[in-house]
Every structure is written in structure tokens, then in C-alpha cells.
Write a protein that binds this ligand. Sequence first.
Ligand SMILES: [Zn+2]
Length: 291
Amino acid sequence: MHDTLNRFLFDNTNVRGRHVDLDATWKAALENTDYPAPVRDVLGELMAASVLLIGTLKFRGTLKVEARGDGPLSLVVVQASSERTVRGLARWHGPVPADGDLQERMGENGYLVLTLEPADEGQTYQGIVGLEGGSVASALEEYFVRSEQLPTRIWLAADDSHAGGLLLQRMPDQENQDPDAWDRTVHLASTLTNRELLGLPANDLLYRLFHEEEVRVFDPEYVNFRCSCSREKVAGMLRGLGRQEVQETLDQEGEVRVSCDFCGKAYVFDAVDAEQLFARMSPADGSDTTH
Ligand SMILES: [Zn+2]
């Protein structure tokens, strides 16, 4: 089973978990850009992590996770939605160290920004954490500690064909709970190898790790690569650039071509399209405003 998000819990304990395996979704994210392996792996880990995290939330909307730094790998952005869609991209310049940790790739001052944008009304939430832990998983674990959320452990891996992750979370204690369950399950999960994370279906992996525990695995949810770009959004961006800049590109190129960095889709505006872009902004007919 591919491109799945699995929920599971350990009966009679306060420990729950999520497992994600991205296959076609991950390949779609890699389709338009030839990422070097050390860049690709960080992007894959962040993509798997974002699906795991939004999978733990009772929330309708989008989770954006950005890793930023002044190192050779300068930006990794992933957006995952409560509809189980995800997209992501990375930017880098020069060689990115293959055996360095996350801080060596992204720079000493690198950090993660997590943004939750509700689909309906409601407050956008943002949190920031440094990359001191040296990996995407440890940065996110640190984020959970600092923001005083539920204790959470995360394991992540990516290669050229899969991005996978496992998350364990300790829910608030209730009476008669098994007090050792958290330490025991974390200890068992810590034996997980990248090969298992990237090669085993959820049920096999959970059995291999936790066959001495009573694991209850729920029906999988399916994850898809989906990009939220549109001609309308590109048009808005071009209006923001201003008529003069768009006209200059038209004069030079004969058309304005904008490609989406997430999915590679190209949006082309010719002279007539451009005229319409700005015609709509005229005070006579539009409620559109520009700044
Ligand atoms: Zn797109």
C-alpha cells in the first residue's frame, strides 16, 4: 500500500502514533527538479513530517513547514493540508554536504517555521524553532518540547523513491494507564532503521517493532500530491508586479511565462491577457485594488 497515512494506538495506554509512506506523491514532488541527494532527503523528511503532524491535529486547513538558513541549502518549504494533500520544494546553491547534519547543510542560524492556517475563520498560528538538533526530526521534537505540547518522538527517512516517517505521541495521562508504555514504545521504535521505514508497509513495520504490544491500527488514509497554484493566483502576482514590468517582459519575450515552483505547471500570458489583467484594475469597473 502506497501513499498512506496510518493511525495507530496501543491499547490500554496513553501512547498513540502515526505512520506515513509517500511513494507516487514523493515522486511527483521530485518530477520537475533535479535535487542533489542531500537536498532531496531533507525535502522528503520534511514532507513526511508535515503529513504526520497534520495527521495528529483535529483541524481543517493547511500546515506550512519552512526550513530556512544561510547555508548551501537555504530553503525547504512543504505545505500539507487536512485533505491529505501535500506539496514541497527546496532551494540550494553550491555543493550541499552529503554527510553533514542539517545544520551543516542549512547553516548555523537555520530555523524551522511552522504555520497553521485554518480553512475557515480562526487564528493563524505560527511557531519557530532552531535546527540545533541536527535533523528535521530532532528540530520538530524540540519544537514540541518548547511549545509545551504533547511529548512527541519522530523518525524520518527519504531516498529517491520513498519518503517515510513514524511518530509516537504521549497523550495526557489517565487513571489506570500503563505508566511504562511511553518509555517502552519509544525504546522499541528506536530500533527502526531507514531501510525499514522506506521499505516496509505500515502493518509489517508496526508488527516488526511492536509485536509484543497490543497495537490497534486504523484504516489507512490516502495522501496525494496536489498543488494549489492557479492562473488566478499567477494573475494576482503579475498585477502586484505592475503594468510596466509586465509590459517590459512582453516587449522582450512576446509573452509572460510563469512556472510554478512546486508542480512545474506553466502559465502563459500574451499581450491580450496582460491587457485584461490591468483593465480589470481600472477604477471604472473594478473593486480590485492595488498597492
Ligand atoms: Zn503548482
